[in-house]
Design a binder for this molecule. Structure first.
Ligand code: DGJ
Length: 456
């Protein structure tokens, strides 16, 4: 399977299982107006979206169908949506991605009269085109749509329909080097550049157990569980001090939250030692078949400050609320800030060394098998800068386009004396056939339809 196709399949699965609520696909039968072709292979495996839509009555005729290339879509999608109709002549036949096969995309919808719409499938609204270009300005300001500094540190992203959601630590009140918990925020964007603050999805009021001045919650990550229809968040749970222990980060656990909507108020589930192991910097990984994993640094007995060598990959239970199997993938030194991406069946995991809030050289491991390994036994530095331009990784964002898939290194630039001022560095990875690397760029753009990057 080609790189592009494999990632289209992966994204198709994610989109298929996200199960957004409204299922309005095709309701207004807009011909091919914004038919995305099959580039994203909507449809998806589980197709849990809305019911069949009988199509719109007043097709407005399409104008700019971008047409997809080869979106192969999901496996058994029973739905799909208007996008991806094969010829989409003005909406008349827009059959939608019924099989999740994407299709070649319509040409240039010439209007029409009675589009039959399409099955709703993944429930994403039909005819809604995402933004086509995102321009990342690493020089900032990284502000939201109200002009406030984006507070989504140690973050992770999830795409639902045409919108990216960015979760992270709200450190507004952390005006010194102490990172105790106040809130986890959620921002939304269609272009990866314009971010609307949607909600403080976890706060000190979410549950009495979170109302603790000693508490630290870091690196929240969210995935969607198609069976339970819940968004599930995992994060690092810790304490600034513990009785009988000296120093901060003396608890070292994982914490789990859920929500039926991506940007709703999340419900606290539990905090615990996964597999009996201490757990610190962490991330999640989800396979196209829904199997998911929690990856975390730490091992048994390593709850006191500064001793959390070893990296574990935990397979999650089918509801994503527990860990099942544990695989140790690294034990040679302490690592932090893992983030993963997968290309052509190979897995890559970038992480940093452990130097507190100070930056160091990010480096990556490779696995030719699965997320549990076999991982190679040596890190490759993500040069050429010795501190990865003062950043620490937090997430890798896959942008699946019609021409290529671009993987974005999303990272934090911590301000250790005033964490609330910490900012971000997002750069596109490049691959020379052997090695991944990064090149610093003050501003750069990505065509979100094609996946192609332009360096400004
Ligand atoms: C680096 C980690 O990656 C952060 O999440 C945070 O735990 C700091 N260390 C604390 O020093």
């Amino acid at each position: 399977m080609s790189a592009r196709r494999s990632h289209i399949v992966i994204l198709a699965f994610f989109l298929g299982v996200l199960g957004c609520s409204s299922g309005t696909g095709g309701a207004t039968g807009q011909g091919g107006a914004s038919s995305n072709g099959g580039t994203e292979g909507r449809g998806g495996a589980a197709g849990t979206g809305g019911v069949t839509v009988s199509g719109g009555a007043t097709v407005s005729g399409g104008a700019t169908v971008s047409g997809g290339a080869t979106g192969s879509g999901g496996v058994t999608a029973s739905g799909g949506r208007v996008s991806g109709g094969t010829t989409s002549p003005g909406g008349a036949t827009a059959a939608g991605g019924r099989t999740g096969s994407g299709g070649a995309g319509g040409a240039s919808g010439a209007g029409g009269t009675s589009g039959v719409g399409g099955a709703a499938g993944n429930g994403c609204p039909a005819g809604v085109a995402g933004a086509t270009t995102g321009t990342i300005n690493n020089t900032g300001p990284w502000n939201d749509t109200t002009g406030k500094h984006i507070q989504a540190h140690g973050g992770g992203l999830i795409k639902v329909c045409d919108t990216w959601y960015w979760f992270g630590e709200d450190k507004t009140l952390n005006t010194n080097g102490t990172g105790n918990f106040h809130a986890i925020s959620c921002y939304a964007s269609k272009d990866l550049a314009t971010w609307e603050h949607r909600n403080s999805v976890v706060t000190t009021s979410t549950d009495p157990v979170l109302n603790n001045v000693n508490l630290i919650i870091e690196r929240p990550k969210v995935i969607y569980n198609a069976s339970t229809k819940l968004y599930v968040m995992w994060a690092h749970w810790d304490m600034e001090s513990c009785s009988g222990a000296s120093g901060g980060y003396c608890d070292s656990e994982a914490v789990v939250f859920t929500s039926p909507t991506v940007d709703g108020n999340y419900t606290y589930v539990k905090h615990f030692l996964p597999g009996g192991n201490a757990s610190r910097d962490c991330n999640l990984w989800q396979e196209p078949d829904g199997t998911a994993y929690f990856i975390s640094t730490g091992a048994q007995g390593q709850t006191s400050s500064g001793t959390f060598s070893q990296t574990q990959v935990y397979q999650l239970s089918s509801d994503y609320l527990n860990v099942t199997n544990t695989t140790k993938i690294w034990a040679n030194d302490t690592r932090e800030a893992y983030a993963f991406w997968k290309v052509n069946g190979n897995y890559y995991g970038v992480s940093s060394g452990q130097t507190g809030w100070a930056p160091n050289q990010a480096a990556y491991l490779t696995s030719t098998g699965s997320i549990t390994g076999p991982w190679n036994n040596s890190f490759t530095g993500l040069g050429p800068n010795g501190s990865t331009w003062s950043s620490q990784p937090t997430y890798v964002i896959p942008i699946v386009g019609s021409q290529t898939t671009t993987y974005i290194y999303a990272s934090d630039i911590w301000n250790s004396s005033n964490l609330s001022l910490s900012t971000y560095l997002w750069l596109p990875f490049t691959f020379d056939g052997t090695k991944w690397s990064l090149t610093n760029s003050a501003t750069w753009s990505i065509n979100l339809a094609t996946g192609v990057v332009t360096t400004n």
